[in-house]
Design a binder for this molecule. Structure first.
Ligand SMILES: CC(C)=CCC/C(C)=C/CC/C(C)=C/COP(=O)(O)OP(=O)(O)O
Length: 430
């Protein structure tokens, strides 16, 4: 078996098809990469197909081969971008393997889009701005993920979860993957710089560097990598906010903070479920130094609790209505319960439950933020006349809330004390 590029195979197929109507695919030198192309373009080569005039047979071969090539590389780019993040682990039942996956890049884009909408403040969401932000984030994240896979070929080849990725399986060459990463990253950064602003583009570029050049090597050096990875995952909503408002304010930190804390139980569960795989890959995850899972679960549980105040902060800082406090508190208590159960029992089953809870947590949390975000149509003209920016609007709401609360009798706080997420009752009429 020797390796040739799909393009050379493409040309060899052309020469074969011009000499014979039914080239025998076995004569073509295959590599794994080429097999993928051939599988896709097999039908036109089948000896069962009816004989056609030479010229049309040639044309259909060219089209089929080009389509096969396009499909093959589109799939490689898709996988290099980590469009799907999957883990495989033993279930407790009959030692069967179970594969779970999540649409990773869509998750990154969703967090950035949510950040954009929140950063829009009181103004109507600029749909083209939102699309540019999502597209730019997606391209930079695709580039970061491709670079991560280029740097981890030998590690990925040793792990069941990752050995079928395009680089370790030999479906794409390193220079080709590198070119894809450079083009995707540069296009994404240019898109953000030209269509949104330099703050967003700078955050995207800095995050790419943090992920590919700091987090990726750190995975093989020290368990602290998980915390650095959590920072990487927290940046996209900040990028989205900056793309919408042109700045980073304290308010813009709420969703990134949630993402940071959320990633710890998410990544801890993944590291525990795949600990033997991570060990074979040569990665230094906390779970490898914690066979009982107690420390891993404790870290996850602690970070779930850190998320509890976020709903109240979002309300207090004028980002959402008080409903979000209730939802966010219930949600964080639910994920904390799965972390506590993992802490108590330390089983794979409980770790998997925590992982699934973490998958559910984020979309529900972000939907809650969007549904209950404070959006006051009447306030907009006032803000515009006053020359205030969109992100300044939530600061105005926050100041108004503080003034209102300061005018309330102390008893109002006492009555609300057991339920800090509920707004304090008012004892005066304006
Ligand atoms: C805008 C921009 C640059 C966004 C980047 C978003 C991004 C790539 C977040 C990654 C978060 C993270 C630590 C994932 C795990 O990677 P891993 O390397 O541990 O996963 P693996 O084991 O599956 O390779």
């Amino acid at each position: 078996m020797w390796r040739r590029s799909p393009l050379s195979r493409f040309s060899s197929r052309l020469s074969l098809s011009s000499s014979s109507s039914f080239p025998n695919p076995i004569l073509i030198p295959w590599s794994r990469e080429l097999c993928a192309v051939n599988n896709f373009s097999q039908p036109p080569l089948s000896p069962q197909s009816s004989p056609k005039p030479a010229i049309s047979g040639e044309a259909s071969s060219i089209i089929a081969a080009a389509a096969g090539l396009g499909h093959h590389y589109a799939r490689c780019y898709w996988e290099l971008s980590k469009a799907r993040l999957s883990y495989e682990s033993n279930t407790n039942f009959n030692d069967k393997k179970q594969t779970n996956s999540t649409n990773f890049i869509l998750h990154v884009v969703a967090t950035s889009g949510t950040g954009y909408i929140l950063g829009t403040g009181n103004a109507a969401v600029n749909l083209s701005g939102l699309c540019y932000t999502c597209a730019g984030t997606m391209m930079i994240a695709a580039s970061a993920n491709s670079l991560n896979q280029i740097f981890e070929i030998s590690n990925d080849a040793k792990m069941k979860r990752t050995m079928r990725r395009p680089l370790p399986s030999g479906r794409i060459s390193v220079p080709h993957a590198g070119a894809w990463a450079v083009i995707a990253g540069a296009s994404g950064a240019c898109l953000l710089a030209t269509k949104t602003n330099m703050v967003a583009a700078g955050l995207g570029a800095a995050n790419l560097v943090l992920y590919a050049f700091v987090y990726t090597p750190l995975k093989q050096l020290h368990p602290v990598n998980t915390w650095v990875g959590a920072v990487v995952g927290a940046i996209p909503p900040l990028l989205g906010w900056a793309a919408a408002s042109g700045q980073i304010s304290l308010n813009s930190m709420i969703l990134p903070a949630a993402l940071y804390f959320w990633q710890i139980p998410h990544l801890m569960a993944l590291a525990h479920l795949c600990h033997s795989d991570y060990a074979s890959g040569g990665y230094k995850m906390l779970s490898l130094f914690d066979p009982t899972g107690k420390r891993t679960a404790a870290v996850a549980l602690r970070n779930c609790f850190y998320m509890v105040p976020l709903g109240f902060i979002a309300y207090d800082w004028g980002l959402t209505s008080s409903w979000f406090c209730i939802e966010s508190t219930l949600l964080t208590m639910a994920i904390a319960a799965t972390a506590f159960s993992f802490y108590r029992h330390g089983t794979m089953e409980k770790a998997r439950k925590m992982f699934h809870a973490s998958l559910l947590f984020l979309p529900v949390f972000m939907s809650g933020l969007l549904i209950h975000r404070v959006y006051d149509d009447n306030q907009q003209p006032v803000l515009e006349v006053a020359g205030l920016s969109n992100s300044a609007s939530s600061e105005v709401i926050q100041t108004q809330r503080r003034k209102k609360r300061a005018a309330q009798a102390p008893v109002a706080y006492a009555s609300a004390a057991p339920f800090p997420f509920l707004p304090a009752p008012s004892f005066y009429s304006p």
